[in-house]
Write a protein that binds this ligand. Sequence first.
Ligand code: MG
Length: 170
Amino acid sequence: MMRTGIGYDIHRLKRGRRFLLGGADIPSPKGELGHSDGDALAHAVCDALLGACALGDIGELYPPSDPAWKDADSLELLRNAFTLVKQNGWQLVNLDCVVICENPKILPYRDVIRKSLAKALDVPYEIIFVKGKTAEGLGSVGRGKAVEVFAQCLLQKQPDMQQKREGQWV
Ligand code: MG
């Protein structure tokens, strides 16, 4: 059995904050504002993974109203979410992401970001891809006030976790 999941996130950018994407620290005068460390890519990936197996979303699992998650390491949240996904019998086939921001350009950091996500999830680097886009100067992202991320994943149920019932795999 296969499942797809989609995740989205947007964070305001503020001067002096760290610009974290999938745990990679990207050199930039501005970084994400957030209750946690603000890693928009890690958050979008969390939601894609959780959504694919209907296990909730990041806001439910790690509510921003809970002081426990203030300045939280988003990679830790991601690892926890993926552990839950794996405990339910799912393995990651691939993950594809789009990061939309005006500055800096993502391409020079693409492989650093891929490796950071792969390490956090303990999966092969080859199954993770990240693309950078600009918003062509349009809207809040285009004015450099925010970063926006889309993530999509494909999960596969491990065969030994499936149960054969009445001749059908469920
Ligand atoms: Mg977020």
